[in-house]
Ligand binder design. Sequence first.
Ligand SMILES: C[S@@+](CC[C@H](N)C(=O)[O-])C[C@H]1O[C@@H](n2cnc3c(N)ncnc32)[C@H](O)[C@@H]1O
Length: 428
Amino acid sequence: MGRDFLDIRTVAQLCRHRLDRAPADPRWDLPDAPEPKIHRIHGYPAKFPAFLTTKALEYARDQGLRPRRVADVFCGCGTVAQEARRKGLDFWGCDINPVATLIARTKSASLRPARLRRYAGLILQAAPDQSPDVTLAPSAIARLQEWFVPEQYAELARLLNAIRAIVPARSRYRDAFYCAFSAILKSCSQWRQRSIKPTFDHGKRPATVLTAFSTQCELLASAFAEQTGTAARAPEIHLANVLSVEPPPMPVDLIITSPPYVTSYEYADLHQLSSLWLGFADDHRQLRAGSIGSAQHELNLKRTMASLNRTGMQIVFSLYNEDRRAARAVANYYLDMQRVACRCREFLTSSGMAVFVIGNTRYCGVDIDNAAHLTEALLEAGFARVRAIKRRISNKAATPYRSPEGRFSRARTDNHIYAHEYVLIAHS
Ligand SMILES: C[S@@+](CC[C@H](N)C(=O)[O-])C[C@H]1O[C@@H](n2cnc3c(N)ncnc32)[C@H](O)[C@@H]1O
């Protein structure tokens, strides 16, 4: 397997070859690989395909590593957590987005389908008699009332109160029902259907709350009915910033992760409905703080530039002439990603490996080569070499552009995104 990779051991080698010459490997594509239902219990932007965990584990074993402890430093909705659990491996993960860790915890829990169905029945029965008021900050209520027509708002409030009345606060089933509640919010709101960016559609007919919730609970129960395997220990999932989180209690053998995309997703904005309803924040913008790839951070560009690696500096310089705001955002992202590379090295055993799935983009005519930047950061963080291949992203070949609302499109006037991404494997 190793022969099929572009092997980079020094920064000089990276500068000579860049990553364009990394071979495309269809074994990492598998667009139609079936996924267990558990991965569909809640949508998540830029969730990666579950089979990548299996490929990464196969690769590590092929290289003589016997991974027992796996980590994902951007664990998102818990794709790697869940796959590691199914394979009986210990898992440690963190994510800064409370909606992500709610989904990840739910997916990796051991829940009984019969109990899920019984609770769901009781919640649906109790909901109509609950109060249509929930205790939320006035700012959260005001924002939510913009997204929901009064009838939907009242029904959702009754449903949330019913969940709280029926499922004990300390029960691990509470998370599962919050997760089902969170999963129906967009369809019950005036959020434009299929738009990943927050866009109002006042003409939209929202879904019926209790019907949507009932369908979601049934999906949850059938997903857990399909589950097999248990981890040696329950997966550890932390709501935390990778740059400041306490390291895993024991070093891990393998990190499998996909970093956030620079400036494309504001997770705090995308999950505002869930964060506000569930009380994770009074104002969703508070949750942008610390999020890597957020365009909202202030920074001193001059000071940041001095700390960027060579690839990062070149890209930020080129972009600065076109769009200063974007240049700042990319500089900030690159600086954070350099720190992430160091943290990954710190979390691993002395023979451990880290597998990153990362895409490039093009902005204002400038190639934003995130993969080359990360490769350099990994070498500088002390990894001995980085192996790279390209994998195709199945739906992007036909729709390689993205509109300002975040829809994939064919319009050449929209932002270009690539039809492939990189798998980078850093060896100690
Ligand atoms: C591309 S997504 C990961 C998706 C994940 N592989 C999955 O399948 O769900 C990147 C994640 O990084 C998280 N993130 C951004 N900044 C972070 C930070 N400073 N610390 C930890 N997680 C962060 C985002 O919340 C997002 O969930």
